[in-house]
Design a protein around this ligand. Structure first.
Ligand SMILES: NC(=O)c1ccc[n+]([C@@H]2O[C@H](COP(=O)([O-])OP(=O)(O)OC[C@H]3O[C@@H](n4cnc5c(N)ncnc54)[C@H](OP(=O)(O)O)[C@@H]3O)[C@@H](O)[C@H]2O)c1
Length: 312
């Protein structure tokens, strides 16, 4: 029997019985293992993905561990479905303690979705940005927002024109860029929450290289099978290892007050210079709101009006 993620993260003793968690992308892979672990720790879990049947199966397994679980489907390529998800969470719970922005994928074909935004950027970054914005007022005192990023951000530079076209599309390039956006988003969220005097923390996590999840299904043709086979290569992580990375940041007492950091190997680590660029993080924040046609969440009251309007 494999070691459960809560043991790998040394959080088996943490009592989550009064916690409510939303884990996006928990119908399979790393998110599924996190949702089940949170259920075993006693949390009520909202399971999310597009595949309702897979979600119901996970929810059932969580209920068999005496925790509450409901399933909410939403396609992150569609902003209306993200809003519906947020609305459903707000109306069916009286607050959220854990928001795990984990859903994501790598797409071999370039496609514009929503209001003309490239799909990878939309699913991996804009949707969690919108979901978080919609749920900010619903987060309880001491809540934690955890965003699943990746070391695949290494090599990417923020380019806010990139999501507006599929010309010259590269699946890996788009994925790296979206994972850079995840890190910038998580740190900018932390900065703005702190400036607003809120007790909520925000961090991003690299779960490791996890060939055992179903992530490889996004790759073209034979690469799917090849990706899975890499699971036997030393140095790769199991799904439980990947889930433990998220659990460490989501529920460990040792990380309760840590905010604005990027975690890897269950420790804060240093992402690339592009992922530490404060100006880039602020530009991404503002431009994301514009792309979605919403008011900037947690607007910085001290930022000059000109800067707030800037789209560069
Ligand atoms: N596996 C790795 O090596 C690795 C490494 C670094 C980072 N990550 C990150 O870890 C996270 C989880 O990936 P994983 O490896 O667990 O992959 P996975 O097994 O494919 O799971 C992905 C999850 O995201 C959901 N999802 C995908 N597209 C969606 C969409 N358009 N709308 C709503 N939900 C969607 C899926 O739900 P449905 O299928 O039900 O829609 C599924 O629950 C991702 O953010 C990924 O970028 C993975």
């Amino acid at each position: 029997m494999t070691t459960p993620p809560e043991s790998l993260a040394d959080v088996s003793h943490v009592d989550c019985t009064d916690k409510i968690a939303l884990v996006t992308g928990s119908t399979r892979g790393i998110g599924r293992a996190v949702a089940q672990a949170l259920g075993r720790l006693g949390a009520d879990v909202i399971v999310h993905g597009r595949d309702r049947d897979a979600g119901e199966e996970i929810a059932q397994s969580i209920r068999s561990d005496d925790a509450e679980a409901i399933v909410r489907t939403a396609d992150f390529a569609d902003p209306a479905e993200v809003r519906d998800l947020a609305h459903s969470v707000r109306s069916q719970t009286d607050g959220l303690d854990l928001l795990l922005n984990n859903a994501g994928g790598l797409f071999s074909e370039g496609r514009l979705v929503g209001d003309g935004i490239e799909r990878t950027f939309h699913v991996n970054h804009l949707a969690p940005y919108l979901l978080t914005a919609e749920l900010l007022g619903h987060l309880r005192e001491g809540a934690r927002v955890v965003t699943t990023a990746s070391d695949a951000h290494r090599g990417a530079q923020l380019d806010l024109e990139r999501p507006l076209t599929t010309d010259g599309y590269s699946g890996m390039g788009a994925y790296s860029h979206s994972k850079l956006a995840n890190i910038l988003f998580a740190s900018e969220l932390a900065r703005r929450l702190e400036a607003a005097g809120q007790s909520v923390v925000s961090n991003s996590v690299h779960p490791g290289f996890v060939p055992g999840s179903q992530f490889g299904r996004f790759l073209p043709g034979p690469l799917t099978g090849l990706f899975r086979m890499l699971g036997v290569v030393p140095g790769t992580s199991s799904v439980a290892d990947g889930a433990a990375e998220l659990l460490h940041v989501a529920v460990s007492p040792s990380t309760a007050d840590v905010s604005g950091r990027y975690f890897s190997g269950q420790a804060p680590t240093t992402p690339t210079a592009a992922a530490r660029d404060r100006d880039a993080a602020a530009r991404l924040w503002r431009r994301s709101a514009e792309m979605l046609g919403i008011e900037e969440p947690l607007a910085d009251p001290e930022a000059p009006a000109e800067q707030q309007r800037s789209t560069s």
